[in-house]
Design a protein around this ligand. Structure first.
Ligand code: SF4
Length: 87
């Protein structure tokens, strides 16, 4: 698991990568260069965060509340979210 994170971070650093993942209510922002690979996200919500998958975040696999709780536990601030604007 750790090696998958390290590979993801290595590739991300090459491109200074920020990715966004959106559901109806929120958009998760992942700033790869901040990620410390503690794996908190994977341990808390393994059905959402899978570094071996592409894309590695399956936002549809958890409720918005579950996602917000998990994001608040990200130790590096690599994960954040913003509320989507109503259309
Ligand atoms: S919890 Fe945050 S710092 Fe830890 S692996 Fe996930 S995104 Fe990276």
């Amino acid at each position: 698991m750790l090696s998958a994170f390290l590979m993801l971070k290595f590739v991300a650093k090459l491109y200074i990568m920020t990715k966004e993942y959106r559901n109806v209510e929120i958009t998760i922002k992942w700033q790869a260069e901040k990620c410390k690979h503690a794996g908190v996200c994977v341990k808390m919500l393994p059905r959402v965060y899978n570094p071996k998958a592409a894309p590695w975040v399956a936002i549809e696999n958890a409720s918005t509340t579950e996602l917000k709780v998990q994001i608040s536990k990200c130790p590096s601030g690599a994960l954040s979210f913003y509320e989507n604007e109503a259309i």
